[in-house]
Design a protein around this ligand. Structure first.
Ligand code: KIV
Ligand code: NA
Length: 275
């Protein structure tokens, strides 16, 4: 399994870090088989697995439940777990207790937190306590209400400067990587060359040190619409619905189960049973 220092080394050697989300045993197993460098049990599970319209409804219990399953599917891959809404804001003590639970109860290697303002002290405390932290800047879905929608971040000079400063502050606080979500590619490039820790982009162009996408988006699995930054590499939703439809039809027309999928008794047994 790779380690936090391996990811720093990958940045130095300009080797791209590939991250994918996974939320359960099969998806994590598939990600590990496909040789991703890092798996993220994202709180995007609220959207793509639980059907909420926001990540703010996701609880610590949800994250732990899914991360445990993912770890069982990918025991040899570096696993990052999102700290859910409000689990790293109330106090350093709360943050440490929640961070510890996410690591200890799931076997994950690191946690991820959104934002910098008001969170830096908590990043520092987590790292000091021995919990590796991934920062997440730009479009931070847990604060979409404050941001005013799912919009590209850092498009004007002021907010671009703020993002660059925040990235440096996250590095100083001890984060070992930064997810950059929905920022112009030029800004993502500037940020990536201004910090020594790897940046992992989603909707942030090709110049970040790595990329992350959501499992369900990559495979077009249960999602109707995907963002501009998503490239669907497979379309399994159609295969799944087609498969289920054929099953439904065959049951209704008694094509299924045929003899090949049934158990039978021989004549002797039948005679003994019914005389
Ligand atoms: O929850 C998630 O899937 C994420 C990624 C989009 C970075 O935070
Ligand atoms: Na997330």
């Amino acid at each position: 399994m790779k380690s936090t220092t391996d990811f720093l080394e990958m940045k130095r050697q300009r080797k791209k870090i590939v991250m994918l989300t996974a939320y359960d045993y099969p998806s994590a197993k598939q990600a590990e088989l496909a040789d991703v460098d890092m798996i993220l049990v994202g709180d995007s599970l609220g959207n793509v697995v639980l059907g909420y319209d926001s990540t703010i409804y996701v609880t610590m219990e949800d994250m732990i439940h899914h991360a445990k399953a993912a770890k069982r599917g990918a025991s040899n891959t570096f696993l990052v777990v999102d700290m859910p809404f409000m689990s790293y804001h109330l106090s350093v003590r709360d943050t440490l207790l929640n961070g510890a639970r996410l690591i200890q109860e799931t076997g994950a290697q690191a946690v991820k937190v959104e934002g910098a303002d008001g969170v830096l002290l908590h990043i520092e405390a987590l790292v000091k306590a021995g919990i590796p932290v991934v920062a997440h800047l730009g479009l931070t879905p847990q604060s979409v209400g404050v941001l005013g929608g799912f919009k590209v971040q850092g498009k004007d000079v002021e907010s671009a400067r703020k993002l660059l400063e925040d990235a440096k502050r996250c590095q100083e606080a001890g984060a070992f990587a930064i997810v950059l979500e929905c920022v112009p590619k030029q800004l993502a490039e500037e940020i990536s060359s201004s910090v020594t820790i790897p940046t992992i982009g989603i909707g942030a162009g090709v110049h970040t040190d790595g990329q992350v996408l959501v499992y369900h988006d990559v495979l077009t699995y249960g999602v109707e619409r995907v963002s501009k930054f998503v490239k669907p590499y497979a379309a399994i939703n159609k295969q799944i619905v087609d498969g289920i439809q054929t099953y439904v039809k065959e049951v209704r027309s008694e094509l299924f189960p045929d003899d090949q999928h049934s158990f039978t008794m021989n004549d002797e047994q039948l005679k003994t049973l019914y005389g």
